[in-house]
Design a protein around this ligand. Structure first.
Ligand SMILES: CC(C)(COP(=O)(O)OP(=O)(O)OC[C@H]1O[C@@H](n2cnc3c(N)ncnc32)[C@H](O)[C@@H]1OP(=O)(O)O)[C@@H](O)C(=O)NCCC(=O)NCCS
Length: 137
């Protein structure tokens, strides 16, 4: 079976959307519809997928915002979880971010995924994440 990590392309978008929609609450139905097109088009976005036999099994994206990179998405298909795929994809994004000159990779993470990140050496930063909602719920 061929397993590879490769950059995501526009042709992959339908499979990535399907993957993101398979996880309850992951795909923002009220968000902008072209979020993946924008990511894949952007030179500052690192968008990679894990492919097995031409099937998208996992997807991760991060934005290079200068001195740090911001991980915006990570998802592994349910049947492929706990096989080390999320770990390898994140390590790939970490290496790519570092080689571009980013000294930190940051993310707001789902509470039930905190243990996953900590097992990969992630820690809580000395800052507090705040938000301002720009549209009403
Ligand atoms: C979180 C997620 C990406 C993990 O991917 P995965 O491929 O199943 O994880 P891996 O198999 O690479 O696990 C790597 C390590 O993390 C551990 N781990 C995995 N999920 C974990 C969890 N939820 N809590 C604690 N540890 C976890 C594994 O045991 C493994 O540890 P090891 O290296 O000591 O064996 C995947 O479960 C997922 O897509 N979840 C739904 C979406 C999500 O939560 N995304 C992150 C949003 S911020």
């Amino acid at each position: 079976m061929e397993k590879i990590i490769r950059p995501a392309t526009k042709e992959d978008i339908p499979q990535i959307v399907e993957l993101m929609k398979s996880e309850p609450g992951f795909w923002p139905d009220d968000g902008r519809k072209d979020v993946l097109e924008r990511a894949i088009d952007s030179e500052d976005c690192l968008a990679f997928l894990w492919e097995e036999n031409e099937q998208v099994i996992a997807f991760a994206s991060a934005y290079d915002v200068g001195f740090l990179a911001y991980l915006s998405t990570l998802i592994v298909a349910v049947p492929a979880r706990n096989k080390g795929i999320g770990k390898k994809l994140i390590q790939h994004i970490e290496n790519e971010s570092k080689s571009r000159g980013c000294n930190t990779l940051m993310s707001d993470v789902w509470k039930n995924a905190v243990g996953f990140y900590k097992s990969l050496g992630w820690s809580e930063p000395d800052v507090v994440l705040l938000r301002k909602k720009l549209i009403k719920d």
